[in-house]
Design a protein around this ligand. Structure first.
Ligand SMILES: [Cu+2]
Length: 375
């Protein structure tokens, strides 16, 4: 599973699910005397799929028609065609239902856990170790990941504007690495870019970053060395800087960080794919702040059902005036902070609206979660 799971393209069509689906459709269709054709059209046939299952070969063997024969002598039997479509629809719906019912599915490992600092002489010290781990993105998929402190995203660092912070990175990876503090306006030597501001941190070595946190907002830390691979494999985390003087609009009941990624771990929200993503839970009348952060290489328009989002910050900077939307495009590297006033009770789908990042023939997966507002 690991190898196919490490190929993001394979996540459209998880092999085992697909095989079961093909087999189920095929069995149902054969029982009805025909074969469903084209249901799986969105996915290229994997090598493990029954040969010809989605082509005219099996269809012909089962005595039905395909496009080559349209208008020919092999007319479909309307009753068996209807039965076949029903069977295929039932098989598909069963997988969609199973995915929803499994949510939130249990997995081992939780990313983004708050890291408490060790404080010495007024300096907040955070120790991060980069190493290779096995990471479960959903109950059926475990992948090789590179992680800070054994979790993806790495632990959340949350400090106050003006704090003096020391971050010590220990590299236990087989490659050099470095940490960039994305969004913080630091002295040049602390910017974490090998050969521009520092030497790479070699395997087995450590490096210490130290600075006074200059600007508040939702920021990130991540590898800036071979980053397409290293960030894609999980070397990323949230770096939240609380302002010394919060605005009234920032007073919320739930403060939720949502890190988007689309690398070797697949389409993930906080390191997990649906149904293993975490729901955001609030009571009616409460205010939820969501801090979107895109650590991936694609844009992800995040869409909330049932209630609008009020955008307050972009990349940690207050907007000239808060503005409303229900779909917010989060580009790579961007952070957007929104407030949701939870006025509408129910379980509301909350997902990336590039639909192949959220749903396949097999049901919802990847960048899907829910906002659950209790009455
Ligand atoms: Cu997306």
């Amino acid at each position: 599973m690991t190898d196919t799971a490490n190929d993001p393209s394979s996540l459209f069509c998880a092999t085992s699910n697909r095989r079961q689906f093909v087999q189920r459709s095929l069995a149902g269709a054969l029982a009805a005397g025909t074969v469903a054709v084209g249901v799986l059209g969105a996915c290229a046939a994997p090598e493990s799929a029954p040969k010809g299952a989605t082509t005219g070969i099996a269809a012909k063997a089962a005595g039905t028609m395909d496009s080559d024969h349209a208008g020919g002598t092999m007319a479909p039997n309307p009753s068996t065609t209807a039965a076949s479509a029903q069977s295929a629809a039932d098989a598909m719906d069963a997988m969609h239902e199973a995915g929803i019912k499994a949510f939130p599915a249990k997995t081992t490992g939780k990313g983004g856990q708050l890291l408490a600092p060790r404080v010495e002489n007024g300096v907040k010290i955070y120790e991060l170790t980069a190493s290779e781990i096995q990471w479960q993105t959903d109950p059926k998929i475990t992948v090789k990941a590179w992680a800070y402190n054994g979790m993806v995203p790495g632990p959340e660092i949350r400090v106050k504007e003006g704090d003096r912070v020391r971050v010590v990175i220990k590299n236990e990876l087989p490659e050099s690495t470095a940490i960039h503090f994305h969004g913080l306006e630091l002295p040049n030597a602390m910017d974490g870019v090998p050969f521009i501001t520092q030497p790479p941190v070699k395997p087995g070595a450590s490096f210490t970053y130290e600075f006074v946190v200059p600007n508040s907002g939702s920021h990130m830390y991540h590898s800036h060395h071979n980053a397409a691979k290293q960030v894609g494999m999980g070397l990323l985390g949230a770096f939240i800087v609380e302002p010394r003087a919060p605005r009234a609009i920032e007073k919320v009941d739930v403060d939720y960080v949502m890190v988007l990624n689309d690398g070797f771990l697949g389409y993930t929200l906080n390191g997990k794919g649906f149904p293993a993503t975490e729901p955001i839970v609030a009571k009616r009348g409460q205010k939820v702040r969501i801090r979107f952060m895109n650590e991936g290489m694609m844009i992800h328009p995040m869409h909330l059902h049932g209630m609008h989002m009020t955008v307050i910050d972009k990349d940690g900077w207050p907007q000239p005036a808060p503005w409303k939307c229900d779909t917010l495009n989060i580009a790579p590297g961007e952070r957007w902070d929104v407030i949701v006033n939870c006025t509408n009770p129910g379980t509301w789908a909350f997902h990336c609206h590039i639909l192949p990042h959220a749903e396949s023939d097999h049901g919802m997966y990847g960048m899907v979660t829910a906002l659950i507002v209790s009455a």
